[in-house]
Design a protein. Structure first.
Length: 82
């Protein structure tokens, strides 16, 4: 499990904003959706994927420098307009 609590991360991110300095490993992806998808979102389903596999590798082999997040959606014909 990845420790996703880092009380100093905001300070470091703001201090080094606009540079290429690594401010630590506590960065999160985001789930951005258009407003029409709001009704398809399953309440409470948004989670952080905090298993060690999320950050496996190094700066060359790791898929991302962000910890993945995920959410569930249920699409119906009514939501999709079909």
């Amino acid at each position: 499990m990845v420790n996703t609590v880092d009380s100093a991360s905001r300070m470091r991110n703001n201090r080094w904003r606009g540079t290429d300095k690594n401010t630590g490993d506590i960065l999160f992806d985001q789930v951005l959706i258009p407003s029409w998808m709001t009704s398809a979102y399953v309440q409470g389903s948004c989670k952080v994927f905090d298993k060690a596999a999320a950050v496996k590798g190094n700066d060359t082999t790791r898929a991302s420098d962000h910890v993945p997040v995920y959410a569930d959606f249920v699409f119906t014909e009514e939501i999709c307009g079909n």
